[in-house]
Design a protein around this ligand. Structure first.
Ligand code: AR6
Length: 190
C-alpha cells in the first residue's frame, strides 16, 4: 500500500511515501532546529531544493524574534520549491519520553496548522517531525502526530488537505498502521 487516504470532517488526510520537497501542497513543513540556519535530514533537503531565499528569510526572522523555541512555528517563502510556503517548526529531542516530548511534538504540529490557517493556506504536507536526528521513536511519534492533526481537523474546516510525506518504508508502514488503529477506534459503532 503506497497511499492511504481518509476523510476527517471537511479535509482529506493522506499518507504517502516520498520526498517532501517535491510536494505540490500550498505549504510544506520543515523539521528545523531552533537556529533556523538549516541542518541535515529534511531540513537540509528543503534548503537545498528551495534555494537561498528561504535561509535569507529565516535569518531575518531570527534577527527579529530570536531563536525559534521547540514546539513553535514560523513561515517563509517556498523559494524554488513547488510549494508556495515553508512552515518551519522545531520538534523535541527525545530524552526518554518524560521531558514533555509528547506535548512538544503535538505543539509543533498544532502551531504549524494554526499558522497555515492564519495565512489562508488550504493544503499542507508534513514530514515525520523528530523521528530522525532527534530520535523520537516512530510508533510513539506517529500516534501523537496523527491524533493531533485529526483533532485539529475536527475543529477547523479551513484546511482541505493534510499530507504526511514519509521518507522511508518503515516510517510509512508505522504511520499507516497507526492511522488504521485510530480510525477504527474513532468509528461510530452500532
Ligand atoms: N522528505 C520527507 N522526509 C524526509 C526527507 C525528505 N526529503 N529527508 C528526511 N526525511 P530529521 P528531526 C525524514 O532528522 O528528527 C536536522 O538536522 C527522515 O527520514 O530530518 O526532527 C535539523 O536541522 C525522518 O523520518 O528531523 C535538526 O537539527 C524525518 O524526516 C534536526 O535534524 C525527520 O528526520 C531535526 O531532527
Amino acid at each position: 500500500m503506497s497511499k492511504m487516504d481518509v476523510v476527517i470532517n471537511r479535509a482529506r488526510l493522506s499518507l504517502i511515501q516520498g520526498d517532501i520537497t517535491r510536494q505540490t501542497t500550498d505549504a510544506i513543513v520543515n523539521a528545523a532546529n531552533s537556529s533556523l540556519m538549516g541542518g541535515g535530514g529534511v531540513d537540509g533537503a528543503i534548503h537545498r531544493a528551495g534555494g537561498p531565499a528561504i535561509l535569507e528569510e529565516c535569518k531575518q526572522i531570527v534577527s527579529n524574534q530570536g531563536r525559534l523555541p521547540t514546539g513553535k512555528a514560523v513561515i517563509t517563502t517556498g523559494g524554488n520549491l513547488r510549494a508556495k510556503y515553508v512552515i518551519h517548526t522545531v520538534g523535541p529531542v527525545w530524552h526518554g519520553g518524560h521531558s514533555g516530548e509528547p506535548e512538544l511534538v503535538a505543539s509543533a504540529y498544532r502551531e504549524s496548522l494554526k499558522l497555515a490557517v492564519s495565512k489562508g493556506i488550504a493544503s499542507i504536507s508534513f514530514p515525520s517531525i523528530s523521528t530522525g536526528a532527534y530520535g523520537y521513536p516512530v510508533e510513539q511519534a506517529a500516534e501523537v502526530a496523527l491524533q493531533t492533526v485529526i483533532d485539529f481537523l475536527h475543529q477547523e474546516t479551513a484546511l482541505n488537505e493534510v499530507v504526511f510525506v514519509l521518507f522511508d518504508g518503515r516510517t510509512h508502514g508505522i504511520y499507516g498502521k497507526t492511522l488504521e488503529r485510530i480510525i477504527s477506534k474513532d468509528a461510530p459503532t452500532g
